[in-house]
Design a protein around this ligand. Sequence first.
Ligand code: NAD
Ligand code: MG
Length: 360
Amino acid sequence: MHTLHVELGARSYPVYIGRDLFSDPELLCRHIRGGQVAIVSNETIAPLYVPRVREALGERQLITEIVLPDGEQYKTLHTFEHILDRLLRDQHNRSTTVLAVGGGVVGDMAGFAAACYQRGVDFVQVPTTLLAQVDSSVGGKTAVNHPLGKNMIGAFHQPTAVLIDTDTLHSLPPREFAAGLAEVVKYGLICDAGFYAWLQRAMPRLLAREEAALAEAIERSCALKADVVAADEREGGVRAILNFGHTFGHAIETAQGYGNWLHGEAVAVGMVLALRLSAQRGWVEPGAVGILEELLESARLPVNIPPDMPPSSFLDLMARDKKVLDGRLRLVLLRAVGEACVVDDVTTGELELLLRAAVG
Ligand code: NAD
Ligand code: MG
């Protein structure tokens, strides 16, 4: 087992990465202060992983199991309220711990409920998708969606521990696994050229879900995210580099209708576009684009813009993105592979050139 620390002063917490983490109950129990626990999961994950978590918790004064329907469409205020209803009905007090067992959807909702219940209770993350393990479980962003926008209602609420059991990845569907790999590749591109080079060598082992390779990829991703979050907990500055590929990606997700493209798939294409733009500016070698495309394709991720998306629709959708501040589009580009920067001077002409060339 490996342990990382997210350094946030009084809100610091450990991230454990390894196999079979629940066979030693002490690891989980040391992060649960009181006798009360609420386990939040969903219909798919509950039968697979909740029994072993529950066993590790042992006998407690109160354990509530809250099983949510599965899907991003349930990441709503309505489901959030359902979690709070259950906590209140079972008379959880301020010393309770909310334990999220699941992917990013469960983690975001359980975390937001923990942030709000009696003005904030302890929260432990047990992420079960690759995306949740390398991204959403670390950093303290929690949210639900609103009909008018994704993740529009939420809070920053750091967990007290993150337990990443790599065994859970063996049941993850291949498309979900690939989507998580897109975020892993992102970390290499934005801040660690050595890790990026390692990924090019290790991709076949990752796809075979070999334990050692998975643990290494997850640990290095979490360490990079932990550093960025420690430097900028509330996204006032450097944390924005984590959005590399995301502005283009969000345009694709929106145009294709949420759920048709997975987030990681859209981010994969978005990263190709952001890298092309960086090459167009002469910041990275043109050959870097081909290397990224090859890596993403080997991870079974898309690299091309959907054929029914003309440049004009991209430009319209990007202009509406959250990252537009004071009317200026902010984009994350690469000064070099492994070195991201945020720019706000990209012109419409530059984007048109990029998108026309990308559509071919
Ligand atoms: P998800 O939670 O919907 O999980 C994907 C699917 O895999 C679901 O059907 C789920 O039930 C299933 N699943 C989960 N673990 C499994 C396992 N081990 N075996 C088999 N099936 C399993 O999707 P996700 O990609 O994990 O998370 C996406 C969500 O995360 C989005 O709502 C996004 O907004 C959010 N997110 C949050 C942050 C953050 O910083 N808080 C960062 C990135 C993404
Ligand atoms: Mg993302």
